[in-house]
Design a protein around this ligand. Structure first.
Ligand code: ADP
Ligand code: MG
Length: 357
């Protein structure tokens, strides 16, 4: 039995605002599930429904076999970490971390034991006397995490906890957090709009859009087999190239180039072709699906270059990642679009077509 389960959850504000539209999922002990999606897609609302900070219009939230729909947030045995940290400014770190335990009248020795352990884990031992106003963003974030840890909840809920940190710190805290929650062996539900966070932290990712789960799977499967055009365009950086193309029997035309497309039961006139920039390479004599184009832009990414190529006889631009040094804007090049890297999507439903890898 899953430790956290949500069944057909709906949250509707007005007839036309349905930020959570019939979502079901379950999260096991030790599983790190990320809700990933663009701003406004309903991530926070879903998390707040689990926490009990919002009341569901329909559906159930079950924590450890117990339906908690009618149970107050404080009684749900969850701990939540917010983007804003939500620390009390007048309390030092130690009091911020332990205040909920004191309210529960936990014995002082037990409070101290938990405080010491969390402070050690999160490297806060020397900061316990300090008030939030005298701490950096990263330190405040660690206090907020410690406050969640000491509660030893049944479920951890985190809403964009790294968004206020600068890029370097975000990377550090991200890897610390991964280890931290691994050792907790509890269900974790983590909200982010940042796909790198989702991919690196999660055991599974639920991609949300318009209040619905678009795909729920492991990060690597979502990357290699996006379920629809939205997931394909949202997951992966730089973004996947996507083209809506006219179909002629078993092929499509990309500019002046022919690309094979086979599907037994696809009958629409047009089809969406996708290929990731990292899966394009300069063509050699063994390649079959070769496309010619002119380099219009080279963007330096450090290790690699992001190269925009105008496909011959068209106004289509395809972007490829190359680690070569000898390319220049204006060059004409041949690139290979290997069939094993091509993704195909239904032009009207956006769904993945099952002829592909
Ligand atoms: P996310 O966290 O993915 O950015 P939210 O869950 O905060 O998205 O919001 C999802 C949608 O629900 C948004 O369109 C938002 O405007 C709407 N929404 C959120 N809270 C309320 C509310 N209290 N009343 C009306 N609409 C709301
Ligand atoms: Mg949000």
């Amino acid at each position: 039995m899953a430790k956290l389960e949500i069944q057909n959850l709906v949250k509707q504000y007005r007839s036309d605002v349905i930020p959570v539209n019939n979502i079901s999922l379950s999260v096991e002990d030790g599983e790190f599930l990320t809700l990933l999606g663009p701003s406004g897609c309903g991530k926070s609302t879903l998390l707040r429904l689990i926490a009990g900070l919002e009341t569901a219009t329909k559906g159930k939230v079950i924590i450890g076999n117990r339906n908690v729909n009618n149970i107050a947030p404080g009684e749900r045995n969850i701990a939540m970490v917010f983007q804003s940290y939500a620390l009390y400014p007048h309390m030092n770190a130690a009091d911020n971390i332990t205040t909920a335990l004191k309210l529960k009248k936990m014995p002082p020795e037990e409070i101290n034991r938990r405080l010491t352990q969390a402070a050690t884990t999160l490297e806060l031992t020397n900061l316990l006397d300090r008030k939030p106003g005298k701490m950096s963003g990263g330190q405040r974030q660690r206090v907020a995490l410690a406050r969640a840890l000491v509660r030893d909840p049944e479920v951890f809920l985190l809403d964009e906890p790294l968004s206020n940190l600068d890029a370097l710190l975000r990377e550090q805290v991200r890897s610390q957090m991964k280890q931290l929650f691994k050792s907790q062996n509890k269900p974790v539900v983590y909200v982010t709009h940042d796909q790198t966070e989702a991919m690196t932290l999660s055991s599974r990712v639920a991609v949300l859009y318009r209040g619905e789960v678009q795909q729920l799977d492991t990060p690597s499967w979502i990357y290699s087999h996006p379920a629809n055009e939205f997931v394909a365009s949202f997951v992966g950086s730089p973004q996947m190239n996507l083209f809506t193309l006219k179909r002629q029997d078993n092929s499509v035309k990309l500019g002046g180039n022919t690309i094979a497309f086979k599907s037994d039961d696809y009958e629409r006139e047009r089809v969406i072709l996708g290929i990731r920039p990292e899966h394009i390479h300069l063509a050699n004599s063994e390649d079959s699906d070769v496309v010619t184009g002119k380099i219009t832009l080279i963007e330096e990414l450090g290790k690699e270059k992001l190269v925009s190529i105008q496909i011959n006889n068209s106004d289509l631009i395809i972007r490829a990642l190359f680690s070569l040094d000898n390319l220049q804007e204006g060059d004409t090049i041949n690139i290979a679009l290997a069939s094993k890297f091509l993704h195909w999507f239904d032009v009207s439903t956006g769904k993945r077509i099952n002829n592909s890898i």
